[in-house]
Design a binder for this molecule. Sequence first.
Ligand code: SF4
Length: 677
Amino acid sequence: MSIATTPLHETDERLEHHHAVDQDAPMPERRNGEAAARRRVSDIQDDDDEPMPKRKKIRSSTSHLKIVPETLELRELVKAKAQQFAEKLDHSKPFNKSQLQVWAMQLLGEMSLPEKYSGFAAVMIGNFFWRRQFLATPFERRMLLLPHCLKHAEGCPAEYTEFGLDCERCGACTIADYKVKAEQLGYKVLVAEGSPIVLKIIVGGYVDAVLGVACLNVLEKAIDKVLIAGVPSYAVPLHSGDCHNTSLDESWIWEVLDKYEPIPDARLTGYVSIMRAANRLFDEHFDRLLPPVRSKTPEAAATPLGKTEDISYDWLRNGGKRFRPFITLAAYDAATGGSCLKNFDSNTQPFEFPDSVARVAMSIEAFHKASLVHDDIEDDDLFRYGRETLHRTHGLGPAINVGDHLIGLGYKLIAASRGGPRFVSGTALAAGDGESSPHDSPAASAVPLSLSADISCDVLERMAAAHIKLCDGQGAEMFWQQNPTLDFTPLDALQIYALKTSPAFEAALYAGLRMAGPIEKYEHLVPQFCRHVGIGFQILNDLKDWNGDNDNKMVAGQDALALRPTLIMSLAWQAASAEQRQLMQSCYFDREEQDAIRLARLRRLYEELGVFNKAERLIEKSRDRAELLADDVESEEIRQLLYFLVDTVLADEQDKDPRDSMPKPSPMLVPLPVTTA
Ligand code: SF4
């Protein structure tokens, strides 16, 4: 099969038809067949003539506006004004990135300063927004995050570990001074860059607040991940992003490092509490929510009869960011008044979700993990979550079987979510069933601990639809790879993206909302929102593939080497002249040439054709369209969650487990640099 003989839009049309037949209440938009499918996907195609709908809120990128004020006097002035500004803000809920950017511009406007300082102003406002909660966090619940670029460039004897630079306190740079003092106070200290590892430690429940030193580039990414998750943070910006010649206002660190100012009510509002709840499902609650059957003891787990379950449970328990279960829990929480979101206090018992909701959230992870096992087989990947992939460890047949077992676990978890007592605001009540409508009267409503048959069926139906779409998208990609042709349109790429990623987000979000009550008013919004977010996420992945991974000496352009059909490739083909198409053909298919040379040519061509910029514009369109949908959501809790999802999924830097990117052996590993080859 090739794309040419079975166009993807036909595949999509069949899928839509299939979907309409299967659903009791198909969404009106989905009844329109191919035209609607094309319109939906082409919604975000790069059509500069197409006016964007007017947004009520304006999000503008400030990624290029990250200049630190040049003099200490000016920096101190912005800092002082940011403190006054932040005192007037509503501290009862976390801000989102757009809001912070608007505040930064407002502050600079009041000070008649140029917008080039907006990144710095945003960090200062964020600092004073969270300062009270930061200072109220005991030292032993804080983390000090330092950049490794402060180390002595030539003489540093420290080694890198998975947690960053393991400073030996040789005294050749200031890192040792901060580290010694902070550790004496009780801080955890990390000399690393980037928010993923920090967020991982926070979500793991080890710390509740962060004091960080970093350049504005890194801090902007941290804002995407840490600040908007509601983690009290205080940041000291480096004066430049130049790793070899930078400095900082050291006194700003000492101002807060050893200050502890407890406040009576240190409760926070933020998604980190829900992230932790999602994490606990696969840790302390796992055995209760999904008791083992054939692998109860190590002896039983080692028998042929117990092995599949043992491997499957291990795979489900370990690895991954739990992002899909988080979406389900967060959606459920938002639709029931946001109790978990608003009552995060690490000194009290953590908020727990009803078992039924927890099991459904786990089921999404089970389906996701199953798809990863099969995906690793299809791509013959070597590593996943820092470990060898299952088919490498246990063989192809057993790995396929474990994937199937995980799918079975997903169904089992949904089925087990029926039955049990009712639940109000974190407290289990008397047994009962039925359905309330917490969307309309959030905090006061009793919501079912158990799921009714209707809810279970609705959730199941959405999971099944997501599963089928994922297989269709994955299948389309594999069939294209069997008979690759560059005559592959952006529409084809977007259809694959819409099938591969969006349905999983959709199922996770839908399940959380549906378990909280009737969902009519979100029926249209959920798939549309998730389609934009999912497509944007995939395009972001395309771009990241061309950014490479310098830390691991991985070369950019792996998708092209592996002949993956991407939007970038299709945009290039569409824009290329006959001569440029010939060049593309040779870059993709002429295996006689060295990989590095082929990729360097391809990158140059893509730059000439402007496809990276086009892809970036498409991500922005996806983001804008998703936010436009969120703007109209009445419930503030659900609206805020949707903004958070956009900010998180479409962040510049995805929350990548550093162990995921273990170097792969030749031929996937090719020498750097490609740009000069
Ligand atoms: S103090 Fe630590 S980070 Fe600085 S040069 Fe010495 S070992 Fe390296």
